[in-house]
Ligand binder design. Structure first.
Ligand SMILES: Cc1ncc(C[n+]2csc(CCOP(=O)(O)OP(=O)(O)O)c2C)c(N)n1
Ligand SMILES: [Mg+2]
Length: 240
């Protein structure tokens, strides 16, 4: 059988969706479909960084959700990161939902950054819908990690606007709460601010929107023109 029926594009030889990407050239070690999976690997990657692998002064960043924060691996990783003085930034995207369960059914109001703080590192809770606040906190955290070789932790408070999956009627959602958060959509907030400060005008936003649409269309065309991977390679690089 022919090795491949045409050119297979995409990450990981066409084997991955957005949940399983590894792109070394972009500095992306992996994404994982196992909730909390990234947390288990991040200290190892950061240890390699500390031992001289990777770019000089590089900092490892691990992103995870409020659901992942409820798993034991968060504590193990935080503890190792502090004890081993790892160049590791923990970023918890607290979007209030863990599939179909509201996070307040699984933890106290202010739990996440306090849990992390208990392990002896600096933690901060940020308005995750304020683009500037997130950018500034991230820059400061990375600079601080480079300066004292201690990990840092950011909790970004935000809200999941859509369902867990696309076919999701949101019947279990508190619509008043969702509505409040929709009023604070991060892109809308940033747009308003840039207009108010006279940085950009309506026509500039229309151009940006058009450019984004073109990029998405081009990516879709590219993906649809790519070949499917050969079924014979289905089990390649599968370890369990
Ligand atoms: C170990 C594990 N348990 C359960 C699931 C099923 N699952 C997929 S996403 C998800 C919710 C994750 O919530 P959170 O960590 O808050 O991430 P979010 O989707 O909100 O970004 C669950 C339970 C899984 N993928 N892995
Ligand atoms: Mg969540």
């Amino acid at each position: 059988m022919a090795e491949v029926l045409g050119r297979v594009d995409g990450y990981c030889g066409g084997h991955s969706g957005s949940l399983h990407i590894s792109a070394r050239e972009l500095g992306v070690v992996l994404t994982s479909t196992i909730v909390g999976g990234g947390l288990s690997l991040a200290p190892g990657v950061a240890l390699a960084q500390r031992m001289g692998q990777g770019e000089q002064g590089g900092v490892v960043v691990v992103f995870f959700g409020d659901g992942a924060a409820c798993e034991g691996i968060l504590h193990e990783s935080l503890n190792l990161a502090v004890q081993w003085q790892l160049p590791l930034l923990f970023v918890c995207e607290n979007n209030q939902w863990q599939a179909y369960v509201h996070r307040l059914e699984t933890m106290g109001e202010d739990a996440i950054y306090r849990w992390a703080h208990g392990h002896g590192l600096e933690t901060q809770r940020i308005d995750g819908n304020d683009v500037d606040a997130v950018g500034e906190a991230a820059r400061q955290a990375v600079a601080a990690i480079r300066a004292d070789s201690q990990p840092r932790f950011l909790e970004l408070l935000t809200y999941r606007q859509r369902g867990h999956l696309e076919p999701d009627d949101l019947a279990y959602v508190d619509h008043a709460e969702r509505e409040r958060w929709l009023q604070r959509d991060p892109i809308a907030l940033m747009t308003e601010r840039l207009k108010r400060e006279g940085v950009l005008q309506d026509k500039d936003f229309r151009i940006i929107e058009q450019q984004v649409r073109q990029r998405i269309d081009a990516a879709q065309t590219f993906a649809e023109a790519s070949a499917w991977p050969d079924p014979q390679r289905l089990l390649q690089h599968v370890y369990a």
